[in-house]
Design a protein. Structure first.
Length: 637
């Protein structure tokens, strides 16, 4: 038994702990409490030859505990359901370990397979809690439900179960005392002092505000509890967290206001949620159809900028009102289904061609291959690929197309000089605000692929360079692009991205915003028993140096993965010029592998999950990403 296991022995300082933090060693953090850095920080509370664990990671701690004289682990107590906390839980039963989980998140443990089968990825639906995709591949048995405000008792030790939602909706923390000092195991509520682990996990829903609000309220609970020592699941422990908690809370409050665009937005008068839709003439040649715009030339030929499935239903009515003769082509501002859902129907009925910028093409043509939100499920063939800055004259009207990320990385802008005005159509990047308030930058969620140094910051700089007379959003009325308006947009982008950089505890903050920095392509496939499916593991390295990645593919028992593991060098982040603007760009690498499915009736009409277990530069990060295999007759969904 280590000298630190005695309750009467003072633990090491936090500085000493963080300086010596190693993946291969147990570290005493308080009397009888040890930390082990695995896919998450696992904490062991030791009493004689027995222990309980706070979170479990890959389970590697089991091989280390005998060095403390521990012969049996009685319980694993989980702070939340994410895979990096619990991917080794399957080891519990054979080792006689019982598992206790937050009561409201139990379904993500013992009904994980049902969750995956029912999970909808494609379509208009924008489900809440994006971070539920970090759920276990397969079911694990649960022995005890940790109810909020209950007390878990073991061998004379009491752990108060404190609800601390934020990182997930059902997250809990555990409060205990040692030697008169209060110790809080806080999961991923916070990381190192003044930091959070990721931004995307706070974005429970499309606007992102519920999770941020919950995080702020939980931080207030933390202040009230006033722990002497805070033990997080990622990052370094901290003493007296009340010293920095209020500063973090203030920064999150600024993000809450930036994300809460709905209460500041001037909604359009012609919302397609109304019983009938009617086009509104915005200028001589431009009609807003609801979500989309029809630009009609003097010849009667038209082009469609965005159209959803509801727009397409009303096209006959629009034609009788507007008087256009033909639709020559359509252009999607971005990939979301409310902007693309009518395009195949317009193609079929009106013969319109589909034009799209190069970085949108594969997503439109293979939507099931991507784990992105609100993709229209039906593939659509792109007839003409556009490029950044490309100029086209159509029916005597000058058009210019731009790479214009913001709300999502996968956005393009259209600059038109028409009716005596210079107009920039930008999709959903900005919205028209209520009178007397600044322009609204539309921060939705990181699942849209937000980029620090790019995204809204790039678009604000591009608009300042192009200087349109008006910006023409899809969901609201136009707004005049005055120098003051454009500078306000730039300031919002700088403020939000600046806060991300300050509060995210990662080797590079972008890793905590880009939740797909490592991904499996294709994300969904339809397969039959006996099939072999080819995959790519795609890596975006945002760290400013080369990284070495090792990957192991986890598949259902009896399936064959070739190769089952691989190693790859990934170049570091660099600067890239887009037009005349420099933006950070990740280094890229790809690992190819195949999965062979045995011929068996056991594999019929079910969804199965593959995961990629990742080590970066020797640090075990866990099963960070997944892919879904839908066995016939189950379809992609």
């Amino acid at each position: 038994m280590s000298a630190y296991s005695s309750r009467g022995t003072k633990g090491p300082t936090v500085a000493a702990l963080s300086d010596s933090w190693s993946p291969a060693a147990l570290h005493p953090v308080a009397a009888g409490i040890y930390a082990y850095k695995d896919t998450c920080n696992v904490y062991a509370i030791v009493e004689g030859s027995r222990a309980i664990l706070i979170d479990f990671g890959s389970g590697d701690i089991l091989s280390k505990l005998p060095s403390l004289g521990v012969q049996q682990v009685d319980w694993i107590l989980h702070t939340h359901f994410h895979r990096d906390q619990c991917q080794g839980d399957y080891l519990g039963e054979p080792h006689g370990i019982k598992i206790a989980v937050p009561a409201t998140e139990k379904k993500y443990f013992d009904q994980a397979e049902t969750f995956w089968s029912e999970k909808t990825v494609l379509g208009h639906a924008v489900p809440g809690m994006w971070n539920i995709s970090f759920t276990l591949r397969e079911n694990v048995s649960v022995d005890y439900d940790l109810e909020p405000w209950s007390v878990f008792r073991w061998r004379g030790i009491s752990l108060n179960v404190i609800p601390t939602p934020g990182h997930t909706e059902g997250s809990v923390s555990f409060l205990t005392e040692r030697d008169g000092k209060k110790i809080l195991f806080c999961g991923d509520l916070v990381a190192s002092p003044g930091k959070i682990v990721t931004m995307d996990d706070l974005e429970w829903d499309y606007t992102g505000t519920r999770g941020i609000q919950a995080e702020i309220l939980s931080l207030r609970w933390l202040r009230g509890l006033a722990p002497d020592l805070l033990l997080p699941s990622h990052g370094a422990p901290s003493r007296n967290p009340v010293v920095w908690e209020a500063t973090l809370q203030a920064k999150l409050a600024q993000l809450y206001f930036a994300y809460n665009w709905e209460i500041r937005c001037l909604q359009p008068p012609n919302s397609l949620e109304l019983p009938t839709a009617r086009p509104i003439q915005m200028s001589k040649h431009i009609w807003q159809t609801g979500v989309g715009y029809l630009i009609v030339a003097d010849s009667g030929h038209a082009m469609f900028w965005d159209t959803d499935d509801r727009d397409s239903v009303y096209l006959d009515r629009f034609q009788s009102t507007i008087g256009f003769k033909a639709i020559d082509f359509m252009v999607p501002s971005h990939i979301h289904s409310d902007h693309t859902g009518g395009m195949n129907e317009v193609k079929r009925k009106w013969g319109a061609k589909l034009w799209a910028m190069d970085h949108l093409v594969d997503i439109l043509e293979h939507p099931a291959a991507y784990n992105l939100l609100a993709l229209w499920p039906e593939p659509m063939k792109v007839d003409r690929v556009l490029h950044d800055g490309e100029k086209i004259t159509w029916e005597g009207i000058p058009l210019q197309f731009f790479y214009l990320p913001g709300q999502t990385e996968y956005t393009e802008g259209l600059l038109i000089q028409i009716d005596g005005k210079k107009l920039m159509f930008d999709g959903d990047n900005v919205f028209k605000p209520l009178p007397g308030t600044p322009i609204i930058a539309h921060f939705s969620c990181s699942a849209d692929y937000q980029r620090i140094g790019g995204g809204h910051l790039y678009s604000a700089k591009k608009l300042l360079e192009v200087r349109p007379d008006y910006i023409c959003p899809n969901h609201t009325g136009w707004l005049r692009a005055t120098p003051e308006t454009l500078q306000a947009y730039l300031r919002q982008a700088e403020q939000v991205q600046g806060i991300w950089e300050q509060i995210i505890d990662q080797p590079d903050p972008e890793i905590g915003v880009d939740n797909n920095w490592v991904s499996i392509y294709p994300y969904q496939v339809e397969a039959d028993p006996g099939d072999t499916v080819c995959y790519e593991l795609r890596v975006r390295n945002w760290i400013g140096r080369d990284s070495h990645l090792r990957v192991e593919i986890k598949a259902p028992k009896g399936w064959f993965v070739t190769p089952p593991s691989a190693e790859v060098e990934v170049p570091g982040k660099h600067e890239k010029r887009m037009s005349d603007i420099m933006i950070p760009a990740p280094g890229h690498s790809t690992v190819k592998f195949e999965v062979s499915i045995p011929r068996s009736e056991d594999w019929v009409n079910r969804r199965f999950v593959l995961t990629a277990d990742i080590w970066r530069d020797g640090e075990h990060l866990g099963e960070l990403t997944e892919a879904l295999i839908n066995m016939s007759p189950m379809k992609n969904h």
